[in-house]
Design a binder for this molecule. Structure first.
Ligand code: PLP
Length: 369
């Protein structure tokens, strides 16, 4: 069994490959919510379409398509809800998994809290486009690695004071780039496919970790997240997941190309696509949500998460049907025939820069830790 087949065998249940047109036969107008600022708006779109969120393929949030179902693991730890949280054991387990001294690690309520705590302590700036939650306006340079939204890893010679490694393990199969003097903000949301659990971390020298810890509100990491983390980490297969995602990404890229889109090279579990104006509105009636990139300043781009094999089939069907609705056969109609497109986008395509020496579409060498 290949690593990908093995990984596929453990993946969580996927939504159905075809979607029911709904009780009214897909004949009424629905105002689809405008794109969320950070993507991850599959549940909102599902509510607008009158669907169960599990029936929407949400490719606007880039989570590991090969991770086991977090709900199944979390269900084994519900007793933790009766007590106040104690994240000590979870922090120990994460430090051991990453292979760092415990004093260098702070567990946080998602990558978002890690970013907010470090930004409050040392400030920072970014080179646009960059993830919206990073600070804009201080001295130290921040950079997501791989970069959001392009998906490119930073070349070995590139420097940043703060690396956001939310997608690093899925891109490289290793935990961290390991620059000795850099601060790392991490997110377990992507790696473990657990956006609702809220788990992230700061990795830095012990002095900065202490300062940042003093800023963290008490009980910030929930008892359920802390209780489930050791078991979630025990399932983690960074090299297998990263290799499986690389195979799936190649399939996704070929599929997008075949449909006239221009996917750019990516090292991550998502692909940035040019010539994708209107793609989100086009796919939503077919129950698929991608990340519109207007909020990155890239109005005709979309970011598409790498789905599992079932998700790829479903995306293929959605692209085919949305390209030629007149050829749809009975029972294959879009979820809604008319969707009020909410965001009309136009304008020139801005250049994407990802730092010196990494023009869009180029592929820097992987940086091993
Ligand atoms: C680069 C990057 N860093 C951090 C985060 C935040 O992660 P979390 O959901 O764990 O707060 C995201 C979420 O999309 C992200 O794209």
């Amino acid at each position: 069994m290949s690593r990908l087949s093995a990984a596929r065998a453990t993946t969580r249940p996927a939504p159905p490959a075809t979607t029911d047109p709904g009780p009214h036969g897909g004949s009424w107008d629905v105002a689809v919510p405008p794109p969320a600022r950070h993507g991850g708006d599959g549940a909102r779109v599902a509510a607008a379409l009158g669907l169960d969120p599990a029936d929407v393929l949400d490719l606007s949030a880039s989570v590991n398509p090969l991770a086991p179902d977090v709900a199944v693991v979390a269900a084994r730890h519900l007793r933790s809800l009766r007590c106040y949280p104690d994240p000590a054991a979870a922090g120990d387990a994460l430090a051991e998994a990453i292979g760092v001294d415990r004093s260098r690690l702070l567990l946080t309520n998602g990558g978002a809290e890690a970013i907010a705590l470090v930004a409050a302590e040392i400030g920072g700036h970014v080179d646009e486009p960059e993830f919206a939650l990073h600070p804009r306006g201080g001295a130290p340079r921040w950079r997501s690695n791989p970069h959001n939204p392009t998906g490119l890893l930073a070349p070995a010679g590139e420097h940043a004071a703060v690396w956001d490694e939310a997608f690093y393990p899925l891109a490289t199969g290793t935990w961290t780039r390991g620059d000795p003097d850099a601060v790392v903000v991490g997110s377990l949301t992507k790696l473990l496919a657990c956006p609702g659990l809220r788990l992230g971390y700061v990795l830095a020298d012990p002095d900065l970790v202490d300062r940042v810890r003093r800023r963290q509100p008490g009980w910030s990491v929930s008892g359920l997240a802390a209780a489930a983390l050791p078991e979630l980490l025990a399932t983690a297969d960074l090299p297998g997941w990263s290799a499986g995602i690389a195979e799936l990404r190649a399939e996704l890229t070929a599929l997008l190309h075949a449909h006239g889109l221009e996917p750019l090279a990516s090292d991550a579990n998502f692909v940035l696509c040019r010539r994708a104006a209107g793609l989100r509105s086009r796919l939503i009636p077919h129950g698929v949500v991608v990340r519109d990139c207007a909020t990155f300043g890239l109005p005709d781009h979309a970011r598409v998460a790498v789905p599992d094999a079932t998700g790829l089939d479903r995306l293929r069907i959605a692209l085919e049907r949305s390209a030629a609705p007149e050829t749809a056969v009975p029972g294959t109609a879009p979820l809604r025939r008319s969707v009020l497109a909410t965001a009309t986008r136009s304008g020139d395509q801005p250049a994407i820069t990802t730092g010196p020496g990494t023009p869009p579409g180029s592929r820097p060498g992987r940086h091993e830790p």
